[in-house]
Design a protein around this ligand. Structure first.
Ligand code: DGJ
Length: 716
């Protein structure tokens, strides 16, 4: 049994394949966290309530810490009761095991606040989901000032390092690593969405490598303001708390009402970062992404944004569509500019009718044409936004988030609709319904291009105005849920100025995400590398574009960079030469041959673009019979070398593998070796440093993509 309760010592054991997580009741009936780490052979091997070392007079071990009860460390729950009391006193009531779930019930009896802690075990991937449900069982309102999803603890050691993802627009998901010192480190967003600045992911390790060492990691499933705080004192353990950001937040919990937090998903790997991210990837595919499409292959898409920007017309899109079809594209997506008076980013957002000058006969002729070429049709929308220069804003100036008597600040010339309002929610549902029922649409790219600043909601009672931050997100999720259920044929891509809203919350509704507006094939590698720590390759859409000018990178390099996840093309195909078309066709065909392994397989980082002269990634299918290696040079790191020795990973020692290059029917064998030899001795990539002498020229950038195939189970 994965969840076990031991009555004698009042302990709960949550065990997955390789991880143990234990908490118990102390003599006063308080819930104390006891252990998180490698699974141990016997229950008796795990610590008991008195086994933690007491320093500074306290241990730091509340399984669900509250503001109150002599607790002055970071807490999960802070409320104010009707009489001004702000100390929460929670006592254990009972527990329930329901299949893979454990529910612990706690109660603040005097004030009727019931707290249920939920744990769901994902045994195969060494992951636990935690969330909390508050219920007001009194007849008075309870003001929630802070409610986090979970507190966790890891060993306090000088070796402990924190890994997290940070950046900004155009450079999202940059991986940082730093020693954890005394004090608090806060990862958070306060802009109303997940944000490009930080992503709700953390990992703590103790000098772990890709293959070795302990890695504790977690992700919050929330697309609004979030927080992960890591706190170190002199105590035996380091505390980690995560959930909705308490900044500018309060919530009035009315009698008999519930509040459910987002899930904090956490896991443990005893085999370094590679296993940690592989487990997260497969957990996302099996448990987070909408399951109707989670295991379906992502189509190769073409998006016309970088080619035509706002200047879309029926005619120019048809020309691009025809060219896209020629290279094997399966889905044609028209981006911004098709609606209202949307000729640039100053006007039109909110007016979701087809622009008659650009599409005199509506979207149908284009859609039919795209379909006649054998492709699916996709469209861009940005439903949460409005330009002041739009009919929507002229008719409903009160629909935008604002504080009365204060300026309404613009970002990208737009304001944000208050999606916490039911009428705004209904407006979005109505226009999306109209768009999707009147047109044969297979794919929606849902964009969101600004932050929330003046977070006012003056139409609601003052005491409830700060609920805007969560009600906005709940309504957003409701809309996505509604659309998915009503239009099961539609694939949804989530975008927010690139990767500004990438998290497990939105991934419960979106099939894939637009990773970054930065489509430079080299600069993007650091983004893609960081992304790989936290999210599955299949979710990551990357386009082949003309970024930096057509002469900056070989077309192959651009393709190979984008093939690390789900492949898209965004280049201006009107500028393609015959040779470019030939290369592109060949690369698309190649991608179709390997995409199942890339999208569904196990990803191994063979090197880091920030440390090495090259970036290499390997993918392997479940039974280790087929793989892919993508190699891209990092020419920003000088070094005199002619060859690179790549050591492969994950292969079966005793099996025989052949490495091939090229599309089917034209495959050329590179080498045949045992799995063990490929891992120990590796393969050689001919990559002469003499090419550095071409700095500033196109062959400064070099890449290679190889297929790995098992040809025999046994070398003998
Ligand atoms: C921002 C997105 O990230 C881009 O891909 C593009 O869709 C533009 N918005 C369109 O305005």
């Amino acid at each position: 049994m994965a969840i076990t309760y031991e009555g004698k010592n009042k302990r709960w054991f949550l065990e997955t394949e390789n991880m143990g997580y234990v908490f118990g009741l102390d003599e006063k009936g308080k819930l104390k966290n006891l252990y998180w780490g490698s699974k141990l052979p016997r229950f008796d091997d795990y610590p008991g309530v008195n086994d933690l070392v007491v320093m500074d007079r306290y241990t730091w071990n509340d399984e669900f810490s509250v503001r109150g009860e002599k607790n002055n460390v970071e807490h999960c729950l802070k409320v104010e009761y009707y009489d001004g009391v702000r100390d929460v006193v929670l006592n254990y009531v009972n527990f329930e095991i329901k299949g893979d779930q454990l529910i612990i019930k706690l109660l603040d009896e005097q004030y009727g606040l019931s707290v249920k802690l939920f744990y769901r075990l994902i045994e195969k991937y060494d992951i636990i989901e935690r969330w909390v449900e508050l219920e007001n069982n009194s007849d008075k309102e309870i003001k929630i000032e802070d409610i986090k999803s979970a507190s966790l603890y890891v060993e306090n050691s000088k070796k402990a390092s924190l890994n997290y993802l940070t950046g900004m627009w155009g450079s999202e998901f940059h991986l940082r690593k730093e020693k954890i010192n005394e004090g608090s480190k806060v990862l958070e967003s306060r802009v109303g969405k997940t944000s490009a600045y930080m992503n709700p992911y953390f990992a703590i390790d103790y000098e772990a490598t890709e293959e070795r060492g302990k890695v504790y990691f977690g992700e919050l499933a929330w697309s609004g303001n979030w927080k992960i705080s890591i706190q170190k004192r002199i105590y035996e353990r380091i505390g980690i708390i995560s959930g909705i950001n308490e900044w500018d937040f309060t919530y009035i919990l009315e009698p008999s009402k519930k509040f459910i937090t987002p899930k904090f998903v956490f896991g443990f790997s005893n085999e370094g970062f590679s296993k940690a991210s592989q487990n997260l990837h497969h957990y996302q595919l099996d448990y987070i992404l909408p399951q109707d499409k989670a295991h379906k292959i992502r189509k190769v898409l073409y998006n016309s944004w970088e080619a035509t920007t706002f200047n879309v017309t029926e005619e120019n899109q048809k020309i691009l569509a025809e060219k896209a079809a020629k290279i094997g594209v399966e889905l044609f997506v028209i981006d911004d500019g098709w609606f209202g008076q949307r000729n640039d980013d100053h006007a039109g957002l909110g007016d979701w009718y087809v622009n008659k000058e650009k599409f005199p006969n509506g979207l149908k002729p284009l859609i039919e044409y795209v379909k006649s070429l054998g492709m699916d049709f996709g469209i861009w929308v940005e439903p949460e936004m409005v330009n002041p220069d739009s009919d929507l804003y002229r008719n409903h100036p009160d629909w935008v988030i604002n504080f009365p008597n204060r300026p309404r600040s613009l970002q990208r010339n737009q304001l944000i609709l208050n999606l916490a309002r039911q009428d705004v929610k209904q407006f979005i549902i109505n226009f999306m319904d109209k768009l999707l029922t009147e047109n044969d649409i297979d794919f929606v790219k849902w964009d969101m291009n600004r932050h929330i600043f003046e977070s006012g909601w003056s139409e609601t009672e003052v005491k409830k105005q700060r609920e805007i931050w969560v009600k906005y997100i709940w309504n957003l999720y409701d809309i996505w849920k509604y659309l998915r259920e009503k239009y099961p044929q539609v694939t949804f891509e989530n975008c927010s100025s690139g990767g500004g809203r990438v998290d497990l919350g939105i991934m419960q509704y979106a099939d894939q995400v637009w990773t970054s507006d930065n489509t430079d094939p080299f600069d993007r590698l650091e983004i893609q590398e960081g992304f790989s720590y936290a999210y599955a390759p299949k979710i990551m859409m990357g386009w082949v574009t003309d970024w930096g000018g057509k002469e900056a990178y070989p077309l192959e390099y651009r393709f190979h960079s984008s093939m690390m996840g789900s492949l898209g093309i965004g280049a201006d195909l009107n500028k393609f030469s015959e040779k470019d078309f030939e290369i592109a066709k060949n690369q698309v065909q190649f991608y179709k041959e390997i995409r199942k392994i890339v999208q569904e397989g196990y990803q191994y980082r063979l090197s880091s673009v920030t440390n090495e002269r090259y970036f290499a990634v390997q993918y392997l299918n479940e039974d280790k019979s087929e793989g892919v290696i993508i190699y891209l040079r990092n020419p920003m790191r000088f070094g005199l070398f002619d060859r690179v020795n790549l050591k492969l990973k994950g292969l079966e020692d005793e099996a025989l593998y052949t490495i091939y290059e090229g599309v089917k029917d034209e495959e050329k064998e590179v080498i045949t070796l045992s799995g063990k030899a490929l891992k120990e001795r590796g393969i050689i990539i001919e990559d002469s440093s003499k090419k550095f002498l071409t700095y500033g020229k196109i062959d400064h950038f070099f890449s290679r993509i190889l297929k790995v195939k098992k040809i025999s189970n046994n070398i003998k």
